[in-house]
Design a binder for this molecule. Structure first.
Ligand code: FNR
Length: 346
C-alpha cells in the first residue's frame, strides 16, 4: 500500500512538473529549413497522410506518445481523454509504463481504458528496459497492443531520487524480448535522444523501429531535479537534440522505421522531422498541456488542425505522400549542421 501511494504520487508529480517545467525549444528543428518549391505540381486534395511503421499501417504520421497510467482516478481520466482524442482523429496512441499494473492488478484499468475507448486503434504498450519477457507479454496482452515500446531513460533514473543505478544487461534483455513477443518492438528514449552507436545496437538486437525520443522538449532531468534536495543541474542540458537524433538514426538504416519525438510542438516540426527521415512523429508534453489546460475538445481540434497544416506544407513542397516528404530538399544550419558535419552525416 505504501509502495502504491508513493508510486501514484510520483506519477502525478511527473504530470504536474511536466507542465510546470514546460517544453524546451531546443530540439534543433529550427536549424532545418525547407527549400521552397515554386512549381510543386501538387493539389491539396491529393495529399495523403498515410504512413507505415514496419507492418503497422497508420492513417496519420502523428501519434500520442507514452505518458501515464497507474496512479488512480486522475490518470484514468487523462488516459480516457487521450484515447478519445486519438479515436476522434484516427491517430495512434502509446500508454505510459505498465510496470505498476504488472505489480498491482488494481492499476490495470487505467491502461485498459485506452483499448476500451479505442477498440480499433493502433495502441502501443510501454515498459522500461528492466522488463522481463513475461512482463513484456503481459503488458501487450493487457491492452491488446499492436506494438510494444520499451523505453530507455538512464539520465532520468540517475536524476530520480529513488531511481535505478544499475544499467547492466539491458541490450541482452531487449534482444530476448524482441525475439519472444508476438508484436513488433519499438525502443524509445524519453527526451535524451539517441546517437548512431545506440541505434545500431538496438536494430542489431531486433528492434523493429527506433523512437529517438530526442532532447529539446519535455526534460526529465529538470522534472526529477525538482523532486531532489540536491540538484544534478548538469543533466538538464544533457542529450542529443531530436533533429540530430533522427539524422543519426537514418544514417544507420535506410529501411527500418525511425520515429521522431522530443520537443515536437507544431505542424512544421512534424514536417521537418519527417523530411529528416522519420516515418512518424510522437507528441507527449504538448498534447498533455492542451488536454489539461483546455480539455479534450481542444485536443481534438489541435490534432485535426495539425493534419490540415501538414497537408498544406506537403502541398507547398510538392510532396503527395509521407514517403515524398521524407525526401524533400532541406538546408541544415547552426549547431545541427555543425554536429552532423563533425559526425560525417549527410
Ligand atoms: C512521459 N514519457 C514517458 N515515456 C515512456 O516511454 N513511458 C512513460 O511512462 C512515460 N511517462 C511520461 C509522463 C509524462 C507526464 C510525460 C510528459 C512524458 C516520455 C514521453 O513519451 C516522451 O518521450 C518525452 O516526453 C519527450 O517528448 P515530448 O514530451 O517533448 O513530446
Amino acid at each position: 500500500m505504501v509502495m502504491n501511494l508513493s508510486r501514484s504520487k510520483r506519477k502525478w508529480d511527473h504530470i504536474r512538473l511536466a507542465l510546470e517545467t514546460g517544453q524546451l525549444r531546443t530540439a534543433g528543428l529550427d536549424d532545418v529549413s525547407f527549400v521552397h518549391q515554386s512549381l510543386p505540381g501538387t493539389s491539396l486534395d491529393s495529399i495523403n497522410l498515410h504512413t507505415e511503421i514496419g507492418e503497422l499501417s497508420l492513417s496519420s504520421p502523428i501519434f500520442i506518445n507514452a505518458m501515464t497510467g497507474g496512479g488512480g482516478d486522475r490518470t484514468l481520466d487523462i488516459n480516457r481523454k487521450l484515447a478519445i482524442a486519438a479515436r476522434e482523429t484516427g491517430v495512434g496512441i502509446a500508454v505510459g509504463s505498465q510496470m505498476s499494473a504488472l505489480k498491482d492488478a488494481s492499476e490495470r484499468q487505467t491502461y485498459e481504458i485506452v483499448r476500451k475507448e479505442y477498440p480499433e486503434g493502433i495502441i502501443f504498450a510501454n515498459l522500461g528496459s528492466e522488463a522481463s519477457v513475461e512482463q513484456a507479454k503481459q503488458a501487450v496482452d493487457m491492452i491488446g497492443a499492436d506494438a510494444l515500446q520499451l523505453h530507455l531513460n538512464v539520465v532520468q533514473e540517475l536524476t530520480m531520487p529513488e531511481g535505478d543505478r544499475d544499467f547492466t544487461g539491458v541490450l541482452a534483455r531487449i534482444e530476448e524480448i524482441a525475439g519472444k513477443i508476438d508484436v513488433p518492438l519499438i525502443v524509445k528514449e524519453t527526451g535524451f535522444g539517441m546517437g548512431a552507436e545506440t541505434v545500431e545496437k538496438l536494430l542489431d538486437a531486433g528492434a523493429m523501429a527506433i523512437d529517438v525520443g530526442g532532447f529539446g522538449g519535455t526534460n526529465f532531468a529538470s522534472i526529477e531535479n525538482n523532486r531532489r534536495k540536491t540538484r544534478l543541474d548538469f543533466f538538464e542540458g544533457w542529450g542529443i537534440p531530436t533533429a540530430v537524433s533522427i539524422a543519426e538514426a537514418r544514417n544507420i538504416t535506410q529501411t527500418q522505421p525511425i520515429i521522431a519525438s522530443g520537443g515536437i510542438q507544431n505542424s512544421l516540426d512534424v514536417a521537418k522531422a519527417i523530411a529528416l527521415g522519420a516515418n512518424a512523429a510522437g507528441l507527449a508534453g504538448q498534447f498533455l498541456r492542451i488536454l489539461l489546460e483546455s480539455g479534450v475538445d481542444e485536443l481534438v481540434k489541435e490534432i485535426n488542425q495539425l493534419h490540415e497544416e501538414i497537408a498544406y506544407i506537403m502541398t507547398a513542397l510538392g510532396a503527395k505522400t509521407i514517403a515524398d516528404l521524407q525526401t524533400a530538399p532541406l538546408v541544415i544550419s547552426g549547431p545541427t549542421w555543425h554536429w552532423l558535419n563533425e559526425r560525417g552525416i549527410d
